[in-house]
Design a protein around this ligand. Sequence first.
Ligand SMILES: Cc1cc2nc3c(=O)[nH]c(=O)nc-3n(C[C@H](O)[C@H](O)[C@H](O)COP(=O)(O)O)c2cc1C
Length: 348
Amino acid sequence: MSSQKLTAAVSNYGGLGSFGAHGLKPEAIREVIREIKGITSKPFAMNLWVSMEDEGTLTSTEEAFHRSLSPLTKHIESVGGDLPSYRPYEPIRFEDQVQVLLDEGIPAFSFIYGIPSKQILNAFHHKGISLIGTATTVDEAIALERAGVDVIAASGFEAGGHRGSFLQSSEDSLTGTMALVPQVVDAVRLPVVAAGGIGDARGIVAAFALGAEGVQMGTAFLACEESGASSLHRKAILSGQAKQTALTRGFTGRLARGVKNRLLDNFNEKDIEILPYPLQRALVRHISIPAEKAGQIELLPLWAGQSASLSRHTDVRTLLDTLVKETSGIGEAVQSWSARRQREGVLE
Ligand SMILES: Cc1cc2nc3c(=O)[nH]c(=O)nc-3n(C[C@H](O)[C@H](O)[C@H](O)COP(=O)(O)O)c2cc1C
């Protein structure tokens, strides 16, 4: 859902726009970086996934492909799509993606699903590129701090899309933002950015109260016209449908959150076979592309977090203006409340 336009719009406003490049080949990443630099002179981040494939990806068979295709066949046919045939997996190397970030020079590099090697982290630091590691548990935050990152994004299970657990399985790392952030803040000295379920100014103020020094928001930007989300996806986010989200491995092979619809429910049925990441993601494109063309919202992977139905704004400037204004408003209200209580002698 990343787009160069969205990344630049957030950075131009004064935030740190971020582009998720994990699925792109190195040369495509180079293009993206150059395009972003053409539309913003402000700092931005490029994001990669340290672990590029699951165990079993390289040995997955044609038979497994057909078993996972089978429950999708009726859906693909219903929206006039072509049934795919098996194609062997072509890996993209993380090290090659990283080399492009280093060659092009970027302000910040953020990552999930692991910690890059010491050699890679040193190469970024040597170039003055800030490193943002993502933790979904306290132990992951401690490991990231020990490895030498500059900032930790603590991602709670309310978040949309993938969170990037790496020390334990995603299913064993389902801590919510409210519980995760203060524990991470207590466990590390680095600045912590809270992510997951922050949909408006109330969430931002709460994150600061938990000890975070910044917030990372994804879902709230999906409804913005600058995002790479399709018009159907944006419509779903702004509709009542987004009230219910759920976790599934069905969209990509890794646990991710999206709006509950027929596709997501089908994937979560018993006995449905899901291919390992990223094979499942490649398979799901054969339903998402024709479903999009056919306007079939029930058969689209509708990435979104639990705060999706708080979304109201459809462009980055209005969204960020509102967040800044309302966050200051709540801050002032809290200050005047505590000043009044102090005058009344209720607070010390
Ligand atoms: C559609 C979508 C795609 C995402 N892709 C990535 C990604 O590639 N890398 C990453 O670090 N985080 C990714 N995220 C997570 C965001 O960076 C952020 O942590 C999260 O959206 C915050 O929670 P929220 O969705 O409740 O705002 C994605 C989120 C969404 C909604």
